[in-house]
Write a protein that binds this ligand. Structure first.
Ligand SMILES: Cc1ncc(C[n+]2csc(CCOP(=O)(O)OP(=O)(O)O)c2C)c(N)n1
Length: 594
């Protein structure tokens, strides 16, 4: 006899994840999602951890996925609001190993502050969504979600509701899926979402959505179930189960892969019946899309828009419509295939001027020090994101503010070693770098974080932040000391003068070799605030052989010239080019104020 188990939906998802080859599970607790991570923690072969919040959980999951292991991350519906910043850009970067995000919604607010319908997030982020309608599907759909994630290079939303998460049902276990770990390959145009790459990825996302729609048309998860009456129902999740019981003779379009909507399958239902209703809890998610096809449908005029449904509510709501005279128009007007804008072209005759770090920017010396270590630098958002562009190519990722820390943590946890380093600015550290640092400490991450402390929020125009205490009127307020803050958490921390390139190099080398978690604060005020010229770089034309080492640091104040490099007026004399020159062709002359 077939072995059968009796699982809640949450238990089924955890078992389904292990069966699907997931090796990493994380999340932040919240009813009705909590038991997924708790169950995974009791299972063999999967690492499970609580994260400090849902944003950090998602960023940690992204790090683990990049490191090459299938990863599941769980949260309740309101948690996805907290994780929305990484989610929206993760849609653009896509994944390495499969990444499944579970959103457990709570219609009726059994234990929540609102009952938002998170199906909207699948549409908002342009990612596929699966909705199981019982424990068996909760178990089975996880493997489908991982397969879709890897095939279409996208995170997949697995959306449940309280009744699916907490209801119990029989589950037939399936043969485990082989999911070998995937190699990590750095790919800035995919993982560093600066505008020039993000614009390209956006087009990939729009094309991916149409491919996913075609998949939804063919998917066995979207089933047209024949009935014996002239009445059809479109439903997903637990609403399908209620409607099935209420109207056993109706035709059904059961949507297991519920975003993007398979328009042609919807139209096919209309070929068999003359009246169609949508049964869905909360928002008119399918209904609005079906109405946009020009198809008549019974929806929220009958079915309540708030709270949970049940068989009784569905039956009473739809009974008057079952025998009602059918509306006339039944042919869909299919939306035209979406058009993409023409890829941006540089204006003819104008030189291409990619954005660069300023001459003398202290962030450059950090990148020079990091380049010498074989660590994948997980980046963040600020001026320093420019370090990802040629010639520095010094950052592997840029997802959203604060993501560097969680991604570094997930990457290193998944590989069990210090394989990645986090790189974050001071303003970004205060914005959303502290919570993932607390998380990394709590989860005993082997890792390093470098805080590029230029004493300002440079990228947006030199605003103050809690580390500087500077107020909008430039008045001095109280300031938080980053090193003391880190030490207060329990994390080892040193502050290094970022203009002292040797000291910085030594600090990075020592921290890379040290066990556990450490922070280096690379401190040097933004060069645009100080406008101080430390010295003058002099070129010895005889010694310079134009090897390009100094040009490779990406400083716009030094360029190949006629027979030797040329130093431009914008040079601040920071001396980094002098240090990288192996032939002694560059030297610093005495300090002058400018
Ligand atoms: C959620 C969010 N809020 C605001 C921004 C705009 N923004 C981009 S980077 C940044 C801060 C950069 O400051 P810092 O980390 O100190 O780096 P710096 O530019 O000084 O090198 C801000 C506010 C954003 N990208 N995302």
């Amino acid at each position: 006899m077939e072995r059968q188990l009796f699982f809640s939906g949450n238990e089924a998802i955890a078992h389904g994840a292990v069966r699907a080859g997931a090796r990493f599970a994380c999340g932040y607790p919240g009813t009705p999602s909590t038991e997924i991570v708790e169950t995974a923690a009791r299972l063999e072969g999967i690492h499970s951890q609580w994260c400090v919040n849902e944003k950090v959980a998602l960023e940690t999951a992204v790090g683990a996925s990049l490191a090459g292991v299938r990863t599941i991350v769980t949260m309740k519906h309101v948690g996805l609001n907290v994780a929305a910043d990484p989610l929206m850009t993760l849609s653009l970067t896509g994944v390495n190993a499969g990444l499944v995000i579970v959103s457990a919604d709570d219609p009726g607010m059994h234990s929540s502050q609102n009952e938002q319908d998170n199906r909207a997030y699948a549409k908002f982020a342009k990612i596929p969504m699966l909705e199981p309608s019982d424990s068996q599907e909760a178990y089975d759909f996880v493997a489908e979600a991982f397969a879709l994630s890897e095939e279409f290079d996208t995170p997949v939303l697995l959306r449940t509701t309280t009744r699916i998460s907490h209801g119990r049902g029989q589950v037939v276990p399936r043969v485990p899926v082989e999911a070998p770990a995937r190699e990590y390959a750095r790919d800035m145009s995919k993982y560093v979402m600066v505008p020039q790459y993000a614009r390209q990825r956006n087009r990939v996302v729009l094309e991916r959505l149409e491919k996913l729609r075609r998949r939804a048309e063919e998917s066995p998860l979207n089933v047209l179930e024949a009935g014996s009456s002239d009445f059809g129902i479109i439903a997903s999740g637990v609403a399908y189960t209620y409607a099935r019981e209420a109207f056993p003779k109706a035709w059904f379009l059961k949507l297991g892969m519920s975003h993007p909507l398979p328009y042609a399958k919807v139209a096919r239902l209309y070929e068999h019946v003359s009246r169609v209703a949508v049964v869905e809890e909360l928002d008119p998610f399918f209904e609005e899309q079906i109405r946009a096809l020009g198809l008549p449908v019974v929806g929220k005029e009958a079915i309540p828009s708030d709270g949970e449904l049940d068989q009784e509510i569905v039956f009473r709501a739809l009974e008057p419509y079952v025998l009602r005279k059918p509306p006339r128009r039944r042919r869909p007007v299919m939306p035209p295939a979406p058009r993409l804008s023409a890829p941006p072209q540089p204006a003819p005759g104008l030189p291409v001027r990619p954005p660069v770090l300023c001459p003398g920017c202290s962030h450059r010396s950090v990148f020079a020090a990091l380049r010498r270590r074989k660590l994948a630098p997980m980046g963040d958002i600020g001026c320093y994101t420019l370090g990802s562009l040629p010639p520095l190519l010094a950052l592997d990722s840029c997802l959203c503010m604060g993501a560097s820390v969680g991604m570094m943590a997930g990457f290193n946890k998944a590989l069990g070693k210090k394989a990645a380093v986090g790189v974050i600015g001071d303003s970004t550290f205060f914005h959303s770098g502290i919570t993932p640092l607390i998380d990394a400490f709590y989860n005993e991450v082997e890792g390093m974080l470098v805080v590029l402390d230029n004493r300002t929020t440079a990228m947006t125009g030199h605003q103050g932040h809690p580390g500087t205490g500077i107020q909008p009127d430039r008045a001095q307020g109280p300031a938080v000391d980053i090193q003391r803050l880190c030490e207060g958490i329990g994390v080892r921390c040193v502050t290094v003068d970022a203009t002292d390139h040797k000291a910085l190099d030594v600090a990075v080398k020592e921290e890379a070799a040290a066990p556990g978690l450490g922070v280096i604060v690379a401190l040097a005020p933004c060069v645009l605030m100080t406008r101080h010229r430390a010295g003058e770089v002099v070129v010895d034309d005889e010694r310079c052989n134009l090897c390009g080492l100094c040009v490779d640091i990406g400083c716009p104040a030094i360029a190949p010239g006629d027979g030797a490099v040329a130093v431009l007026e914008s040079c601040t004399g920071c001396g980094l080019c002098v240090e990288v020159c192996r032939r002694g062709a560059l030297s610093l002359a005495e300090t002058v104020e400018c």
